[in-house]
Design a protein around this ligand. Structure first.
Ligand code: GLU
Length: 449
């Protein structure tokens, strides 16, 4: 761990004391605090206004019971969350995660990251996150619908297009957003398009929203390479995960001439020397909702399935961790470096552990932190809100063009900010400081809130 200034160290102690057991939140907060020392020296008014102390305390945290009845008639009880972290720049914005691992600490880490990520997009959105420990895996459509209806029956009172605008994350895709929107519309009797993003493209959803996080991460990676006089053409790419982010990272990397070798899920990974067949992977994971071993079976001899193990053992030039938090640890980073990796960019939120980030940076590997690299998803959500507000819909090419511009701007902002603070090439510092500066300026203007 990097040392903190005495003030930030005592704030970190306070975070540990006030938020016991929330390991992921501690980790996310620590990483940001490690970047902020020089900013507070340069801007003492930020320290006086206790901006960081206010930032680490969510504006509002909602936890609620989500009762529902499964297909066999058994009553089930899950826990729902929405952490409305910061609204200085705009309505709370961030996804909902449905996964059995969800707890308050995970939602808080995600919400905290979202504040800085959303600020980096420059699109006027605050930070929030929510979800439930509900496990959609193995549940019928009817069960998922009843769960979503119960979840929204409670959550709706906290939402609104100018208040809080959820979207998807792990376990929440187009199907869930549809059910959630339907229930919101029924309860409120309002056709309020801008209250959720990631909607179906026939009823207010934006073109390219599904693609945006993965496409954006590949565009960010291409910018990092371009900055070093390189490009993606002909490079070997390793992707983890096989959800929305992974699928569209694979698709975009291939479109830019790279060779994508891997994908994974919680049961293991596949290596496909001929390059991942993204249409087949989509069919298995999104339509059939099956396991990744089926991909290797249906690919004949071209691909092999490895049960368990680490997808990062496969030698690649570029690694795009796109599964979940803390999936790429110090050992994996050492293996990647030994195998000559050139760039690692976070498609998921916080997939690379702090020790692994250190290993990569010390080895001179280009590193894209999720707050910057995967901001294309939420940025396109903000474009969806813009289209909804104007009652228009843009075509795919227009949204993709906007996304490319946004990713280039975010990369440039990270580079310029890191340069300004004397840490050239450190995109972690660049993203944390640039995101913080935007939120801090708004908070200062708006008084002690
Ligand atoms: N869950 C996504 C993220 O981590 C997207 C959030 C959104 O579109 O609001 O940024």
């Amino acid at each position: 761990m990097t040392a903190l200034t005495p003030q930030l160290e005592s704030l970190y102690d306070e975070i540990l004391r006030r938020n016991p057991g929330e390991a992921e939140f501690h980790q996310a907060a620590r990483e940001v605090l490690e970047s902020l020392g020089p900013v507070l020296v340069a801007r003492p008014e930020y320290a006086t206004a206790k901006l960081v102390e206010r930032l680490v305390e969510p504006e509002r945290q909602v936890m609620f019971r989500v009762p529902w009845v499964d297909d066999s008639g058994t009553v089930r009880v899950n826990r729902g969350f929405r952490v409305e972290f910061n609204s200085a720049l705009g309505p709370y914005k961030g996804g909902l995660r449905f996964h059995p691992s969800v707890n308050l600490g995970i939602i808080k880490f995600l919400g905290f990251e979202q504040i800085f990520k959303n600020a980096l997009t420059g699109l006027g959105i605050g930070g929030g996150k929510g979800g439930s420990d509900f496990d959609p895996r193995g549940r019928s459509d009817a069960e998922v619908m009843r769960f979503c209806q119960s979840f929204m029956t409670e959550l709706h009172r906290h939402l609104g297009e100018h208040t809080d605008v959820p979207a998807g994350d792990i376990g929440v895709g187009g199907r869930e957003i549809g059910y959630l929107f339907g229930q919101y519309r029924r309860i409120t009797n309002r056709w309020e398009a801008g209250v959720l993003t990631g909607k179906g493209t026939g009823w207010g959803g934006s073109q390219a929203r599904a693609e945006a996080t993965g496409y954006g991460n590949v565009l960010f990676t291409a910018e990092m390479l371009r900055h070093r006089g390189q490009d993606l053409e002909g490079l070997q790419v390793g992707v983890s995960g096989s959800g929305n982010v992974a699928l569209y990272s694979i698709e975009k990397a291939q479109a830019l001439g790279a060779h994508v070798l891997t994908a994974s899920d919680s049961s293991g990974y596949v290596v496909d020397e001929k390059g991942i067949d993204v249409a087949l992977l989509k069919q298995i994971k999104e339509v059939e909702r099956g396991r990744i071993s089926a991909y290797a079976e249906r690919r004949g001899g071209a691909a092999r399935f490895v049960a368990g193990g680490s997808v990062w053992d496969v030698p690649v030039d570029i690694a795009l961790p796109s599964a979940t938090q803390n999936e790429l640890d110090e050992n994996a980073a050492l293996t990647l470096v030994r195998n000559g990796v050139k760039a690692v960019s976070e498609g998921a939120n916080m997939p690379v552990t702090p020790k692994a980030v250190r290993v990569l940076q010390e080895a001179g590997v280009a590193f894209g932190p999720g707050k910057a690299a995967n901001a294309g998803g939420v940025a396109t959500s903000a474009l969806e809100m813009r289209q909804n507000a104007g009652r228009v819909s843009w075509d795919f090419a227009q949204v993709e063009q906007e996304l490319a511009t946004i990713m280039r701007d975010i990369h440039r902002t990270c580079v310029e900010t890191a340069d300004r603070y004397g840490t050239p090439g450190d995109n972690v510092a660049g993203a944390n400081i640039a995101g913080f500066e935007r939120v801090a300026a708004a908070m200062l203007d708006q008084g002690v809130i």
